[in-house]
Design a protein around this ligand. Sequence first.
Ligand SMILES: *[C@@H]1O[C@H](CO)[C@@H](O)[C@H](O)[C@H]1NC(C)=O
Ligand SMILES: *[C@@H]1O[C@H](CO)[C@@H](O)[C@H](O)[C@H]1NC(C)=O
Ligand SMILES: *[C@@H]1O[C@H](CO)[C@@H](O)[C@H](O)[C@H]1NC(C)=O
Length: 368
Amino acid sequence: MALLLSFLFVFFFFLCNGSASAAIPLHLDDLLPNGDFEESPAKSNLKKTVIIGKYSLPKWEINGLVEYVSGGPQPGGFFFAIPRGVHAVRLGNEASISQNVTVNPGSIYSLTFGATRTCAQDEVLRISVPGYSADLSIQTLYSSDGGDTYAWAFMATSKVVKVTFHNPGVQEDPTCGPLLDAIAIKELLPLKYSKGNLVKNSDFEIGPHVFKNFSTGILLPPKQLDLISPLPGWIIESLKPVKYIDKKHFFVPSGLAAIELVAGRESAIAQIIRTVPNKFYNLTFTIGDAKNACHGSMMVEAFAAKETLKVPYESQAKGGFKTASFKFQAISARTRITFFSAYYHTRLHDYGHMCGPILDNIRVFPVY
Ligand SMILES: *[C@@H]1O[C@H](CO)[C@@H](O)[C@H](O)[C@H]1NC(C)=O
Ligand SMILES: *[C@@H]1O[C@H](CO)[C@@H](O)[C@H](O)[C@H]1NC(C)=O
Ligand SMILES: *[C@@H]1O[C@H](CO)[C@@H](O)[C@H](O)[C@H]1NC(C)=O
C-alpha cells in the first residue's frame, strides 16, 4: 500500500513538474548529512572549541557562537557524555545551525534529535522550518546519561526546507546552551486504517526515526497537533512528554514500538475517535514494562466517554505485559480516549532516570 502510494505520488509529481529529471527524494529515514557531527571543521576554522566561519561546519550553516565539542571531560569542569558518537555542537546565546533538506512537498516529516542542556539555567531549543517553529524546554532531564532525544514534526511546503536549530536564550555565560549530538529525519507515511478498529496508529507503528546504535527512547513533547505529529493520530496532552520506545532497544509487547508513560499524571496520551452516540464500544489495551530497570507498583488510568479504568501492574522490570479492556457507551459522535500513569517512577539505583509503564496495542471495536 505504502509502495503504491509512493508510486502514485511520484507519478503525480511528474505530472505537476512535467519533467522526468526532477530529483524525487526517497522516503527519508536517516541521519541528516553530517547529522552526527562526526565530520569535523578544519582545525584552522576552530578557535579552541568555537567554530569560525558560517560554512565551516561541514554540511551546515552556522550563526553566532557555535562550539564543536568532543565527549569526555571539558575545561571548566564539565563532563560531556555524548551517547551517539564522539562529537556534538553547543549553541551559545542566540546561536543557530541550519541545513537545507530536499523533501517531498505535502509530506509530513519528523526530526529526531539528541538535545541536552549544559548549564543549570533554563534552556530552550527552538526548532524551525519556514512556516513552523516550536520552543522546546529542555530544563527537565529524563535520562541520567545525557541521552535525551526528542522528536518534532512539520509539513513540507516546498521542495527544499531550511531546518534550523536555534538557542533563543541569553545567558550570562555565553558558552552555556543546548548541546546537540545527532539529528535525523523521517518521512511519516499516511496512516492506514485497520479494519474494524477505530483507533488510528493503534500499535504506534508510525513514529519518528529511531537512532540505530543507541536509544533511550524518544521524548514526544506535548502540544503538537495530531495531524502534524511525530506520532500521527495521537495527541500528547498537558505539560510533559511521553516516550516513544522501539523493539530493538526495549521490550515492546506488540509490533515494533510502544509508548512509555514517563511523566506520571503530568502527561497523557489521547486520541479522538469517531463514534455513534449511545452505541457501546469495547476499548482494549496492553500495559507493561519496557525491561529498562523500571521497578515497582504501576497504574495506568484509561478514560473513554463516562468510563474510567485503573489497571495496576507490578513491574519486575523483566519485560512483561497484561491486557485490559472495558466497555463504554458513546455520548457523542466524537469520543476522546485518554491514558496516563497514576504514579511517577525512576529507575532502580538511578533516580535521575524517569521511566514508567508502557502502553501498546490500543483497540476500540463496536460491541454488537
Ligand atoms: C540554504 O538555501 C538558502 C537559500 O537558497 C541559502 O541562502 C543558504 O545558504 C543555504 N544553506 C546551506 C547550509 O546550504
Ligand atoms: C553505528 O554503528 C555502526 C557499526 O558499529 C557504525 O559504523 C556507525 O558509525 C555507528 N553510528 C553512529 C551514529 O554512531
Ligand atoms: C473486549 O474485547 C476483549 C478482547 O477481544 C475481550 O477479551 C473482552 O471480553 C471484551 N470486553 C467486553 C466488555 O466486551
